[in-house]
Design a protein around this ligand. Structure first.
Ligand code: NI
Length: 184
């Protein structure tokens, strides 16, 4: 069990970005619920669709408890991933998620706080001529925005759901937990 004192103070931090509705947001806007953060880009052929499907499936398994979690998809390709592009990509297949983009500087800043590796590489098969291979971890933040845990892409959907259930239960008093289960 990870106690609060064992949280990594170096991982994560405040950010200022634009959500997929075009609204300016900060990390503070997502406090009050857990946040699940995944970095990627919408042109990603395999890694992102598979990860977003797995995270979405894990949240579906949590049922009404999933209301305690806000999944966020932060682009590492802000030149192509405008709010509208992110919205179109997420709304159809991954509706749990809010997409976040920003200026190159804002994206580099948030990548740096999570130590995310992602850099453009040439790919002649891509219509725009490049891909953005990226590290593939899912970060869990607690309701106060503090880093809690991270999960590799090899953690399967069922295991991820159970780990999230355990983390959420740590913070919820029994009464609140019952409320979460009643909420539809
Ligand atoms: Ni990807």
């Amino acid at each position: 069990m990870v106690e609060k004192s064992e949280r990594s103070p170096q991982l994560g931090g405040d950010f200022e970005l634009t959500d997929h509705f075009g609204r300016r947001v900060t990390s503070a806007d997502y406090r009050g619920r857990f946040a699940l953060i995944y970095f990627g880009f919408t042109h990603c052929k395999l890694v992102c669709p598979r990860a977003l499907a797995r995270i979405s499936g894990a949240l579906d398994r949590l049922g009404s408890i999933a209301a305690a979690v806000q999944p966020l998809y932060i682009t590492v390709d802000p030149e192509r991933d405008s709010p509208a592009v992110l919205r179109a990509f997420l709304e159809e297949d991954f509706p749990h998620f809010v997409g976040l983009t920003g200026s190159r500087e804002e994206i580099d800043a948030v990548k740096s706080t999570y130590r995310v590796f992602a850099r453009k590489v040439a790919n002649p098969a891509d219509p725009d001529g490049y891909d953005v291979p990226h590290s593939a971890l899912t970060y869990l933040l607690d309701t106060e925005g503090n880093y809690r845990a991270h999960y590799a892409d090899t953690v399967d959907e069922e295991t991820l759901a159970e780990r999230l259930r355990v983390e959420i239960a740590k913070d919820a008093p029994p009464a609140a937990r019952r409320d979460m289960e009643w909420r539809s």
